[in-house]
Design a protein around this ligand. Structure first.
Ligand code: FAD
Ligand code: MLT
Ligand code: ZN
Length: 464
């Protein structure tokens, strides 16, 4: 344990902020230097864990003076390498800035420090009889700051939208150390550029989100969860339409038999006696009228051969069991260091894109397990390629990148995005141009130059 590294730049920081927790302990460098990608070897200069906005500003000013790059760090559950520190950066963890600052019943906002875990924010909203509706499996460990920086989606986007819709205001320490209060929780504000939306999905490249005001809404109705078994990929969008046209859906998620195989191997319970190629988890209000509509949609799909089996939750425990089949996928695949594609197209383009992507990946990946799942109701597919145990990571990634180039062209042809919700980070940087035009990327660079003139904020992420 070496808490007093010899680096003179760190000595300066220690002198400037004697109360700051700053560590160079090797185990902590390793812990804070990586995210869920596990692809890069962590090599940060040090880890800073500030407890106040003033400390964050002082760290940014020090970093500008010393020419040190900063990697903002939340829960490091990111899946695209955005929080990776592999090149001597200072990791600025928001872990010790995780409090609820305030609640306003009239505005229906919850103001939090950015390091608060998503689940803690959801719980705080619930204590006030309201709901913060962004939700996904990493809720216990990801942070609101990380959610904002990636514009996180999740399992209820179909009903409630992405993180972007729920940020009433945020406070940003820019790359030059300025404090910007953006949005101010005003419902209406037509007074120029809405800089709040530049910070959202900026992946820590413009500054550090230190606080946020979250919009809250009415709690959800009591719900039923239904698991459907489908015979084919082609049936997916038709089943979605059958349910969506009759019901207000809270979620519509899909996964394949291969995904289910891994979740079951991880301890979940098989939902049906037989194996089916595709599954959908959907959720809707449990009132009588909604249940009747759901059953009618189910019967219609059965008659049309679009669905081959189904089960509806009879209790909260059963609902949780059904959700586990979908939410447990990422964890069950983690040991295979999966190469993750996180793509989206418009719903109208989904059937054609699905057909092309399926045949492309079947042809290009005969040697790998390819696991499909995701938020099909939002036009968002997660395609995970699993690394065989004996294959070196570099060779595996090289092969996946070759195929991702082809997939990116298919996406471009269908007007899609190479990152629906995980961000570009390091993983998808080479493919940004399939989603954004040269002019757009040039504009993004220009914005970065204004807010982060010395390029200290998360350099090498999103673009070079
Ligand atoms: P980190 O991984 O720490 O950081 C992510 C990015 O945000 C980095 O670029 C980092 O520099 C930046 N950042 C972090 N905090 C700040 C800050 N305060 N200010 C500025 N920049 C900051 N994502 C989805 O969208 N939908 C899902 O359904 C989903 N499910 C997941 C399930 C599992 C099991 C796991 C492991 C991940 C899942 N993710 C999902 C991905 C991940 O949880 C999200 O991207 C999440 O928003 C990341 O939050 P974090 O706090 O862990 O961020
Ligand atoms: C999910 O939808 O489960 C997440 O985005 C995580 C993943 O893609 O692995
Ligand atoms: Zn997802």
């Amino acid at each position: 344990m070496s808490d007093s590294a010899p680096d003179p730049r760190l000595d300066t920081l220690r002198r400037q902020l004697p109360g700051l927790r700053l560590t160079t302990d090797p185990a902590e460098l390793e812990h804070y230097g990586r995210d869920w990608t596990r692809r890069w070897v962590p090599a940060p200069l040090a880890i800073a864990l500030p407890t106040s906005v003033d400390e964050v500003q002082a760290i940014v000013r020090w970093a500008n003076a010393e020419g040190v790059a900063i990697v903002p760090s939340g829960g490091r559950t990111g899946l695209s390498g955005g929080a990776v520190a592999a090149s001597g950066e200072l990791v600025l963890s928001l872990e010790r800035m995780s409090k609820v600052i305030g609640f306003d019943a009239v505005d229906r906002t919850l103001t939090v420090q950015a390091g608060i875990p998503l689940q803690a924010a959801q719980d705080a909203a619930r204590e006030h009889g309201l709901q913060y509706p962004v939700d996904f499996a990493a809720r216990g460990s990801c942070s609101i700051g990380g959610n904002i920086a990636t514009n996180a989606g999740g399992i209820r986007v179909l009903r409630y939208g992405n993180t972007r819709e729920w940020i009433a205001g945020l406070t940003l320490v820019t790359g030059s150390g300025e404090l910007l209060e953006l949005g101010r929780s005003l419902v209406k504000n037509s007074s120029g550029y809405d800089l709040r939306h530049l910070a959202i999905a900026s992946e820590g490249t413009l500054g550090i989100v230190v606080e946020a005001s979250l919009k809250l809404t009415d709690p959800p109705p009591p719900t039923n969860v239904m698991l459907l078994a489908l015979p084919s990929f082609e049936a997916l969008m038709q089943v979605f339409e059958a349910f969506r046209s009759r019901l207000q859906l809270q979620a519509f998620e899909f996964f394949t038999d291969l995904a289910l195989k891994h979740v079951l191997a991880h301890g979940a319970q098989a939902p049906f006696a037989e194996v089916h190629p595709f599954y959908v988890v959907t959720e809707f209000a449990s009132d009588e009228a909604s249940e009747a509509e759901a059953l009618a949609a189910f019967e219609q799909c059965m008659e049309q051969g679009l669905v081959s089996d189904g089960v509806i939750s009879g209790s909260d425990a059963q609902a949780a069991q059904l959700w586990r089949l979908r939410e447990g996928i990422t964890e069950s695949l983690a040991r295979y260091v999966p190469y993750k594609n996180d793509v989206s197209v418009r719903l109208s383009a989904m059937p054609a894109f699905l057909a092309e992507a399926q045949s492309l990946l079947a042809k290009e990946y005969p040697q790998f397990e390819v696991v499909w799942f995701g938020h099909i109701g939002d036009g968002n597919l997660h395609i995970n390629i699993l690394k065989p145990d004996g294959l070196a990571l570099e060779a595996f990634v090289a092969d996946c990148e070759r195929v991702t180039k082809l997939l990116a062209s298919t996406l471009q042809a269908h007007g899609g995005s190479i990152s629906a919700e995980h961000g570009i980070g390091l993983v998808k940087k080479p493919y940004l141009g399939c989603t954004r035009s040269d002019a757009e990327i040039a504009a993004m660079r220009g914005i970065k130059a204004v807010l982060d003139p010395n390029g200290i904020m998360n350099p090498g992420k999103l673009f070079d």
